[in-house]
Ligand binder design. Sequence first.
Ligand code: GLY
Ligand code: MN
Ligand code: MN
Length: 458
Amino acid sequence: MHRESPKPFFLSPAYLEELARRRQSLLERLKPGEVLIVGSVPLQVRGGSIEETRRQDGDFLYLVGIDEAESVAVFSRAHSQHRFVLFLRPCDMHREVWEGPAIGPENAPSLLGADAAFPIQELEARLPDYLANALRVHHSFGRHPALDAKILSARDVLRRRERNGIHWPRIFCDLAEVVHPLRLRKSAFEVDMIREAVRITEEAHLRAMRAGRPGAYEYNVEAELLFTFKSHGAKPAYECIVGAGSNATILHYRRNTNQIQDGDLVLVDAGAEFGHYASDITRTFPANGRFTPIQRAIYQSVLNAQLQAISAARPGVTLETIHHVAVRAITQAAIELNLIAGPLDDAIASERYKAIYPHRTSHWLGVDVHDAGPYFLLDSSGAHPSPQPTVLEPGMVITIEPGIYVRPHEHLLPSAAPYLYLGVRIEDDILITEHGAEVLSTRLPKEPDAIEALLGGC
Ligand code: GLY
Ligand code: MN
Ligand code: MN
């Protein structure tokens, strides 16, 4: 299974340059007197003693670039000398016996370009120095309560020193405002990582389609996905969804325990995470290699909607527009198949279509599978009093993932009975380019004939 692919990126020169560019952009977005604090996720303990790594905080990964527990980064335009400061677990030969070497504060300046680095145990004592005379503190309050408490207690330490002429920060705000717009537009480095995650995922889905035959269990299909991810140094970007038969209509089905039956459609929603970057792809296929006419009708409706939505994706449009294109196409098809009542505009305006298409069509994709990035922004000029959807620009990466899920619902017509418990979703990852959109996941068939040809050949 060996294959040439991007080498482990950990602290490679290209990765370090990328991280330096991100820090530069962040520091340019911070105003004089502003400080931003971002912490890594705490370790999770299983059964009282087994330490496990949780998925790292996406903002920490984006800004600091290392998957390191118990770490905090401070970015400052308030401190007289330090712009980038790290608090890390210290190198400790006793702990290293169990966990292997840590980067440690000793190595962080030379390895990671920090202006200063300290053991994490010194955070409480040193944080007031970094908040002194700061005007505004950006932090993801509510995400890591222990860190929130330390920031607020550093503020209180400074408040008590006010009579010494020290200013304590009054304004605390969510770091989303400065960090997430940066995460929205992907650099060439990031796009390469997502491309590789997508490539691995395509291979995994091809194996999954071959394994998802009648008699196999959903977990056998999941095993093929995980095997392929791991074979390429990747891991799942989220828990794999393998839903056969009626399970395909459960949006967040993850148990993956059922046996696949002849005549089932199998919905596989799975994506690799490679180099901290996610992919997110869904394919739906007939377990026995042939769509029934009813399955094909639903499948083709979803595919038409997806293709129309993809053609709408380009710079200047919004995810709202793409969603409306998909909703229109799905609703039109659902009326023609007598799943829900028309007319089209009324089915959309009254949201009857949500009986068979209850979710959104797109999300941002990047370090996190549902990546950070504003979907709507309030216009500070006041020209638009309501939040305005983000306008797509080259470098943004999105999913387009319409579906039809026929489950009992008050808006479902009796004529929908033959379609009951059919579920289809088709999801691809899309890079917005200068002139349009590039589907990154093109090597995975989605035309029904192509799927039948692929499965017929097994
Ligand atoms: N797999 C999660 C999603 O499609 O959004
Ligand atoms: Mn998705
Ligand atoms: Mn998905």
